[in-house]
Design a protein around this ligand. Structure first.
Ligand SMILES: [Zn+2]
Length: 224
């Protein structure tokens, strides 16, 4: 799960003041500009109009319905699975370094091997919220299948990269077309130049979550 930073509330250039969103849908274009067309939870690339997720559910936090800092982009499957569930006590991609909590294993998302027992439980609970824990999925939910394909593609391109047939910008172009940041980040773990380039190529990656060599570090003010 890519850690993201949506940045400060956008300004209205014509009025030179902070934007006030009449409805949360009005924030969609600004969120796309900041975060790219990717689901902030499963990291699938969004080919249709992204859905808007209220990190803190709007039905339980009415005053946050149009709050810039409560909005993220997501896919229909993640949005439907999350529903009105809270994740604030677990991990949030816009607050924590969610780049260090998961591994991709043959298309399955599993807690990162470096985590302790308590963190692993929280990650498992987070995957359950989004129905990304490998349990039976609804018809049309291709998130984990697509993740598996992305991982296989990343592995193949990593071999081509090692053979000198692809360069860093090739990898970034392909990765941003396919999505699933973690699949790429994981496969190129031994290539700091690729990791840094990937983090810059995906819009809105929280760069404060990474050391100069591309490895993850604890996020300031985050839970991990
Ligand atoms: Zn999703």
């Amino acid at each position: 799960m890519r850690p993201v930073n949506r940045g400060p509330r956008p300004t209205d250039d014509t009025k030179n003041q902070l934007k006030v969103f009449g409805g949360y849908g009005d924030a969609r274009e600004d969120l796309i500009n900041r975060l790219g067309r990717y689901c902030c939870y499963c990291n699938t690339r969004l080919t249709h109009a992204p859905e808007i997720d209220h990190v803190k559910p709007k039905s339980l936090h009415r005053h946050l319905e149009t709050d810039w800092n409560n909005l993220l982009l997501c896919c229909k499957s993640c949005n439907t699975s999350k529903g009105t569930q809270e994740i604030d006590h677990l991990f949030r991609p816009d607050r924590d370094n969610t780049g260090r909590i998961l591994s991709v294993d043959h298309g399955a998302l599993v807690p990162h091997p470096s985590l302790g027992d308590d963190e692993r439980k929280e990650v498992s609970a987070l995957l359950t919220v989004f129905n990304l824990n490998g349990m039976p999925r609804s018809i049309g939910d291709s998130r984990l299948d697509d993740l598996n394909k992305a991982q296989v593609t990343a592995q193949r391109h990593q071999r081509s990269f090692n053979d000198g047939k692809l360069d860093v910008s090739d990898i970034c172009n392909i990765a941003t077309q396919i999505g699933f940041w973690l699949a790429w980040y994981q496969e190129f773990a031994n290539h700091p130049d690729v990791l840094n380039a990937l983090n810059h190529a995906f819009p809105g990656t929280a760069l404060e979550c990474f050391a100069p060599d591309g490895t993850t570090v604890a996020r300031p003010n985050g839970r991990c």
